[in-house]
Write a protein that binds this ligand. Structure first.
Ligand code: BG6
Length: 465
């Protein structure tokens, strides 16, 4: 297909604090839920690599920002760790402030715009033990944390985000039992999703309070990042398949999009939740909180579509109502290492959804990438990983992005996920995403893969064309 992106289209990369920093118990950082899980059940993690390591960004950030600059990136997103910025009494940890100030300075020195996200699945342990997102106290605590971050770093950072993928913890920890504490309880999952939504809204409220007080950069913006995977159903769907699609889209996508664009939750979704006794615990006055949740723009993380059909069973194993089942499309091309379908056109379909349903909300691709196992086998005689599959993956996605912009999508930029190989939750370092390899056996040494040279050239060409 080939692509030409607008000249002011930005290119960058995304990462997160808990997946890169390491130094899990240094610099006054308190434990988070990943440290707790790693301590309790290390064998759950691939090769027993728990939350402790990251890719040593804590010590390597200077070198990394130099590489980002060398690769021609204009921006990089990471997340601040709640457990590094605040202690258990919600007081500022000055060593944490010092570290993030050094990171911010290093980004500036290298002309990289730093996008700062506040939460990437990393609940401090003491809050998790009080019920985590099931407890409304945590919602308040998050607003305080956001306020502390805005107040401390407000003048230094332009682009803030409240959450990365707020749908993931309700799904992984509470509904599907995949992450600690391994629950399969759809109703608790709904409460968690609801409380995270409130936390987002209160944090946006804190952002505007800080702005009014003149504590923020004059161009500061607030956003929300989610994996709004466009759902698809079968070619000749039944009414039940279409109903499954409505609720899948409602809970995973429109829930967040309606908060972000309109400051409210989707009414049709709540009407259905009421009918099937799945409403979260709501309090009087919550609708006022939701009004705070509108944002300046969105980040869209895209790896794979979701393929949905009517559920085979009406209720799940815990007696909760089921809205849908997934299925594997017969023509699906798979990333076999991650078990995710590769469907670049999904990125275009999301762009068209935004154009048609949320025309005033701009967005950028906040994550997109390909994790591959055992990449050592692709090394050439000079020891460079020849990751042509990754180049092909990114090219195809950029082509569909370019087409979506041509057709009216307001997509402003692209961040690749995991520019430098990083720790991938319970998968540890199994699947590598980076354009830059990390050698775990040699002090986290960084080495460019073939794709690093390619992205550099691609960005240069796009800017000069
Ligand atoms: C996104 C997350 O969902 O996918 C990242 O924001 C994550 O944190 C990335 O690393 C890739 O998924 P995984 O599970 O292979 O690391």
């Amino acid at each position: 297909m080939g692509f030409q992106l607008p000249k002011d289209f930005f290119f960058g990369a995304a990462m997160s604090g808990p997946q890169t920093e390491g130094a899990y118990n240094k610099g006054g950082k308190i434990r988070n839920v990943w440290d707790l899980w790693s301590d309790e059940r290390i064998s759950d993690f691939h090769n027993r690599v728990g939350s402790y390591v990251g890719n040593n960004f804590y010590e390597k950030y200077e070198e990394d920002f130099k590489s980002f600059k060398d690769l021609q990136l204009d921006s990089v997103r990471t997340s601040m760790q709640w457990s590094r910025l605040l202690d258990e009494n919600e007081n500022i940890n000055m060593e944490g402030v010092e570290f993030y100030n050094k990171v911010i300075q290093s980004a500036k020195n290298n002309n990289i715009e730093l996008f700062m996200n506040l939460y990437h699945f990393d609940m401090p342990e003491y809050l998790y033990k009080k019920g985590g997102w099931e407890n409304r106290e945590t919602v308040e605590a998050f607003a305080n944390y956001a306020k502390a971050a805005f107040t401390t770093f407000g003048k230094e950072i332009k682009y803030w985000f409240t959450f990365n993928e707020p749908i993931v913890e309700p799904d992984q920890r509470y509904r599907h039992g995949l992450w600690y504490p391994f629950l399969k309880d759809a109703k608790r999952g709904m409460n968690v999703q609801y409380n995270i939504s409130l936390a987002h809204c209160l944090a946006v409220g804190e952002f505007y309070k800080a702005k009014e007080k003149g504590l923020l950069h004059e161009d500061a913006q607030i956003g929300l990042i989610n994996c709004f995977a466009p759902p698809y159903t079968k070619e000749n769907p039944s009414a039940e398949d279409l109903e499954a699609l409505r609720m899948e889209d409602g809970i995973n996508n429109r829930w967040w999009l309606d908060i972000a664009a309109n400051g409210k939750l989707p009414e049709d979704v709540f009407a259905t939740l009421k009918e099937v006794d799945m409403l979260p615990e709501m309090r009087a006055g919550d609708s006022e909180i939701f009004k705070l949740g509108k944002v300046d723009w969105l980040g869209f993380n895209y790896y794979h579509p979701s393929r949905i059909q009517a559920p085979k069973e009406r209720f799940d194993e815990n007696g909760h109502y089921k809205f849908s089942d997934t299925y594997v499309w017969k023509d699906a091309k798979m990333n076999v290492y991650r078990g995710w379908e590769i469907y670049p056109k999904g990125i275009y379909d999301f762009g068209m959804k935004m154009k048609n349903e949320y025309p005033h909300l701009k967005f950028f691709i906040a994550e997109n990438g390909m994790g591959v196992e055992n990449e050592g086998r692709f090394k050439n005689e000079d020891g460079e990983i020849q990751d042509d599959y990754r180049i092909e993956f990114v090219t195809e996605h950029l082509e569909w992005i370019a087409k979506s912009i041509e057709d009216g999508a307001q997509c402003l930029g692209y961040h690749y996920w995991g520019l430098i190989d990083n720790w991938s939750w319970s998968n540890g370092f199994k699947n590598r995403y980076g354009f830059i390899e990390v050698d775990l056996t040699n002090q986290y040494k960084r080495t460019y893969k073939k794709s690093a040279h390619w992205i550099k050239e691609t960005i240069e060409n796009n800017k000069s064309n």
